[in-house]
Design a protein. Structure first.
Length: 72
């Protein structure tokens, strides 16, 4: 029987549902869909499904951080 927490399994996923991506970013599902719609957050279609590559989460956060750095 597997006793690993769900977060451990989720951290190994390559593609995330929009809900999983939103949970990782600590935002709502609607906001996540908006980010996907504007192209700010990468996503890929798989048939009729929409998935967010796990690597897109830190890339998005890095872009946010870079855009909000104070000028030197």
């Amino acid at each position: 029987m597997d006793t690993a927490p769900a977060d451990t399994f989720e951290n190994t996923l390559v593609l995330l549902t929009v809900e999983e991506a939103a949970r990782r970013l600590r935002i709502g599902r609607t906001v996540c869909y908006r980010l996907i719609g504007t192209g700010e957050l990468e996503s890929v279609p798989i048939g009729r499904l929409r998935r967010v590559p796990a690597v897109a989460i830190p890339e998005y956060v890095n872009r946010l951080r870079a855009a909000n750095k104070p000028a030197a």
